[in-house]
Design a protein around this ligand. Structure first.
Ligand code: HEM
Length: 415
């Protein structure tokens, strides 16, 4: 979810040297990773994460004005303990951009919003309703890619419109287009990361927010008359405050589009660079699920999300003061060498092992089944079946980028 960024304004936060209230606790202070820069993270975070993990599971990182939790065990501990590590972070830019959604609430308030999503994203609805719609959307956007011809960009001519169209219908935005979904998603996400307080970024996020509100107001009366399996149709008849409905839907627009798009393109890129693994999955189609899981482990589409410490505590041996802002770095936890052999490599045949790409605890991703269905069950097998000789054209033109969200930003292909 695009929601999961380090989305607070950059006010000074407690850090190790001012951690008076943590002084009585056992454990050691977090190392200060003043060598980490946002530019380096954006280009390639993985060597940085490897160095950080080797030194300590938690670091204070001045460049992002928060602690980065990079060890698998430490990330897992945070996810499982919402009393010590709250999702309701003070100063959240996400709340300003999208409203107060379930993602920034703790139980019991969070659970009310989460339950309001009903059965829309669950396996039975996927099987009975969404699979057919995903297959239809695949056809539309595969035909678009074919018409664009060799040299087309796999991300922008196929993966992005395909996943945006899927999300549009899952959410019930029948009056919108997939382009609207992409624009809303990106501008709302940009708001959640607007540390520079750029007025133009706020203006775009506010415009999208108003457009989403208008689409919701337009669709609710229609869906009350013509109910379907979508989120908005279910919410239309529920006793949930409109404010929460709007915030949750904006968060889901931000969070349900980039990640399926990014895992789809990253998996294709990984396989095209590893012909022996592509041959293995083509020989045994039951491996498409493993190709997907290994992809989200290897490059977590949500690289980091925020939490705030509620009381002075010790996390995997590192002291943290009350109020400290944390970045839970899934992108680093998922390559922890204490958990995976050869963790930096993509290997779809590696032994099955739970990863953290979908988070955990109360906020475990509500869209995991739907992401797997549209990417691993519908799209990946069809892409490789319908584009014989698919290749990166040329390989060096592909670009992978980002750390809070990471994916392919450019991927010209031929077949
Ligand atoms: C590969 C694709 C995806 C990945 C890797 C992913 C990852 C995540 C992660 C890490 C979180 C937890 C963030 C946090 O705790 O701050 C999350 C939450 C969530 N995701 Fe996803 N997501 C994906 C696809 C989707 C899709 C397709 C949808 C909806 C159609 C979706 C809906 C949600 C919702 C509603 C939440 C909030 C759950 C809660 O707060 O209880 N996700 N996702």
């Amino acid at each position: 979810m695009s929601i999961a960024s380090h989305d607070t304004a950059s006010t000074p936060l407690p850090h190790p040297s001012s951690a008076q209230d943590a002084a009585a606790e056992p454990g050691r202070e977090a190392p200060i990773a003043d060598w980490v820069t946002i530019e380096d993270l954006d280009r390639d975070p993985f060597p940085i994460y490897a160095r950080m993990r080797a030194e300590a599971p938690v670091h204070w990182v001045p460049a992002i004005n928060r602690y980065m939790v990079v060890g698998f065990d430490a990330c897992h501990e945070v996810e499982q303990d919402a009393d010590r590590f709250s999702a309701d972070e003070e100063g959240s830019l996400m709340k300003r951009s999208m409203g107060h959604s379930m993602l920034r609430k703790d139980d019991p308030e969070h659970q009310i919003d989460r339950a309001s999503y009903g059965s829309t994203l669950r396996p039975a609805t996927i099987k009975n309703v969404w699979m057919e719609i995903f297959a239809k959307n695949h056809r539309t956007w595969m035909d678009h890619l074919l018409a664009a011809g060799p040299g087309a960009d796999f991300v922008w001519d196929y993966a992005a419109p395909y996943t945006a169209d899927n999300l549009r219908l899952i959410m019930g935005f029948h009056s919108a287009t997939q382009e609207d979904m992409q624009r809303w998603s990106q501008t709302l996400i940009n708001g959640t990361g607007n540390y520079a307080d750029d007025p133009e970024v706020w203006a775009q996020a506010e415009r999208s927010s108003a457009e989403v509100d208008a689409a919701i107001d337009e669709m609710i009366p229609y869906l009350l008359r013509h109910p379907d399996a979508s989120l908005l149709s279910g919410l239309a008849s529920m006793p949930i405050p409109m404010e929460a409905i709007r915030a949750n839907l904006k968060m889901t627009i931000g969070g349900g589009l980039n990640e399926p798009r990014d895992v789809l393109a990253t998996t294709v890129w990984a396989l095209l660079n590893r012909p022996e693994q592509l041959a293995a999955v083509q020989a045994d189609p039951s491996l498409w699920g493993a190709a997907f899981e290994e992809s989200v482990r290897w490059v977590a589409p949500i690289g980091m999300y925020p939490r705030q410490v509620t009381q002075a505590t010790v996390l995997d041996g590192i002291r943290l003061p009350a109020g400290a802002h944390l970045g839970i770095v899934l992108g680093a936890a998922n390559r922890d060498a204490s958990r995976w052999d050869n963790a930096e490599e993509y290997d779809l045949l590696r032994p099955k092992q739970a990863h953290l790409a979908f988070g955990g605890g109360q906020h475990f991703c509500a869209g995991t089944w739907i992401a797997r269905a549209q990417v691993a069950q519908v799209s990946l097998p069809a892409v490789f079946a319908e584009l014989p000789g698919l290749r990166l054209a040329p390989p060096e033109a592909s670009v992978d980028k980002g750390w809070v969200f990471r994916g392919m930003t450019q991927m010209p292909v031929a077949w």
